[in-house]
Design a protein around this ligand. Structure first.
Ligand SMILES: [Zn+2]
Length: 166
């Protein structure tokens, strides 16, 4: 999805000045919480720079959630209650080797900050019955029903507006 969005933005007219053209100017990343075999896909955050005004355009991402050094998948998957995860997911989580205090910090973000984001304020009404915000992020992923990987993909796409400053 990140590649699709970047392809749409490349060569487009700059939304800031309306005159320049967007050229690729990616941010290098050294992500944490990323399986070794996937690292090559996470070395850059796609970003663009205007040929005229030089201002930046950074598209939404399903790989990176804001400025966090950890990949978005880890921020979503690791704070979930373990009993809802499959054995494969638990093995995957353990392999990422994220410190418990970091996971605790993410859980706090989910419970205390996420419900107040513009994204959630705008979208929460579409979930019926309402999502239990005291059970985030588990209560949210449960609403994206599909096979585990498709459900996670749809959730990451839902969250991707959080990857850019508002
Ligand atoms: Zn411009």
């Amino acid at each position: 999805m990140d590649v699709d969005v970047a392809n749409q933005m490349r060569g487009a007219v700059c939304p800031h000045c309306g005159e320049g053209v967007l050229h690729q100017a990616n941010y290098p990343r050294k992500p944490k919480g990323c399986p070794r075999e996937m690292l090559d896909d996470y070395r850059f955050r796609w970003s663009f720079c205007c040929s005229q005004c030089r201002r930046r355009c950074t598209p939404a991402s399903v790989r990176f959630l804001g400025r966090r050094v950890y990949v978005a998948l880890a921020v979503v998957l690791l704070p979930q209650r373990r009993k809802v995860l499959s054995r494969a997911a638990i093995e995957f989580c353990d392999q990422l080797d994220v410190p418990a205090r970091t996971i605790a910090r993410w859980r706090q973000w989910w419970l205390q900050r996420f419900p107040f984001t513009t994204l959630w304020q705008a979208q929460c009404a579409r979930f019926m019955p309402p999502v239990q915000t005291t059970e985030l992020p588990t209560s949210l992923i449960e609403r994206f029903t599909d096979t585990a990987d498709v459900a996670m993909m749809r959730l990451l796409r839902f969250l991707s507006p959080l990857s850019v400053p508002t």
